[in-house]
Design a protein around this ligand. Structure first.
Ligand code: ADP
Length: 316
């Protein structure tokens, strides 16, 4: 479990995050989403006890980030944005070294290293030097390092940054397998990634939390109008006129090119598709397409980060 309460951080006079509060329950996988410079890494560095906040508090598994920082470091698996790897070591040697420094008991190091090697699909690369691995495999080594000691809380900062699509799918699959019984906070500036892995998203912009909800709820809350796409056979002025007069319709645009295509903006609280279908039948128009457009998380994100207020002095 992670609890952040009013976290604020200044770098000199510069405000990086302000009054950041959220809770992540055990077993939840939460996306921490925001554009570059929003304050994701700053928040994560505070939660992982790499630096203290200017004010505010946070607890990880009930332990205070200031008073119990050493115990928290043992409990957390942390994948930083750029993983410090020893390039001249083999994967296995590096992981043995990391296990030792993470407090894994000497007699358990061998089995613990084998466990994380297998969890991250590193069996075939275990005896290769890290410096010779592709970026995707280096990222797996970083993830394997984070999994040593079987932490109940995983904090992953931009885990797929710089990877190609195949590597992204692989890392995503590994994260999916890790979700059971763990609290995972995953930061990203890439929306589809967060929408695919996380059931809840915390959006941060210019140092402040601007929304926290499931991707689906965020989308529906921000949807001020719903758009219906309609295509009927043949041109029909009478049908278009009747559509315009239908209750619930706010705006219509039409394009005729053999068939008639409409984009209809409506009140999102009512679904008028059944009435539209009935009208098409009544006017003798063949119904070719009738669907409701969904606002993507990308649209929601853009709406949030362009509408909300800013932290004074923070970078835009
Ligand atoms: P993100 O991880 O979302 O890209 P960061 O937490 O890295 O954002 O940065 C938040 C803000 O703090 C930015 O304005 C950034 O320029 C500033 N910042 C980050 N690290 C430092 C630092 N070490 N010294 C001064 N300013 C910093």
């Amino acid at each position: 479990m992670i609890e952040a309460e009013g976290l604020t951080k200044f770098y000199g006079p510069r405000g990086a995050i302000r009054n950041v509060s959220f809770e992540i329950d055990k077993g939840e996988v939460v996306g921490f989403l925001g554009p570059n410079g929003a304050g994701k890494s700053t928040t994560i560095r505070i939660l992982t006890c790499y630096m203290p906040p200017s004010s505010g508090t946070a607890r990880v598994e009930g332990l205070d980030i200031i008073e119990d920082s050493l115990r928290i470091r043992e409990k957390i698996g942390y994948l930083p944005e750029s993983v410090p790897l020893y390039k001249e070591l083999t994967v296995r040697r590096f992981l043995r070294f990391a296990a030792g420094s993470k407090g894994v008991e000497a007699k358990k190091i061998r089995s613990e290293v084998s466990r994380v090697i297998s969890a991250c699909g590193l069996e075939k690369t275990a005896n290769r030097e890290i410096g010779n691995l592709s970026k995707g495999f280096k990222q797996r080594v970083g993830l394997a390092q984070a999994l040593l000691n079987n932490p109940s809380v995983l904090i992953l900062d931009e885990p797929t940054i710089g990877l190609d699509p195949t590597q992204i799918i692989e890392i995503r699959r590994i994260i999916e397998e890790l979700r059971e019984d763990r609290t995972i906070l995953l930061s990203s500036h890439i929306l589809p990634e967060v929408a695919q892995i996380c059931r809840r998203v915390i959006i941060i912009n210019k140092g402040e939390i601007v929304a926290t909800d499931s991707p689906a709820n965020l989308t529906s809350q921000l949807q001020k109008t719903a758009t219906i796409v309609l295509e009927v056979s043949g041109p029909s002025a009478e049908f278009a006129q009747a559509l315009e007069n239908m209750s619930g319709v706010q705006k219509i645009s039409m394009e005729s090119n053999g068939t008639s295509k409409f984009e209809i903006e409506t009140d999102p609280s009512v679904d008028i598709r059944p009435e539209i279908a009935a009208l098409a039948m009544q006017k003798g128009c063949g119904l070719l397409e009738l669907k409701k457009m969904q606002l993507s998380l990308e649209d929601v994100f853009m709406q949030l980060v362009t509408e909300e207020s800013t932290v004074e002095g923070a970078e835009s």
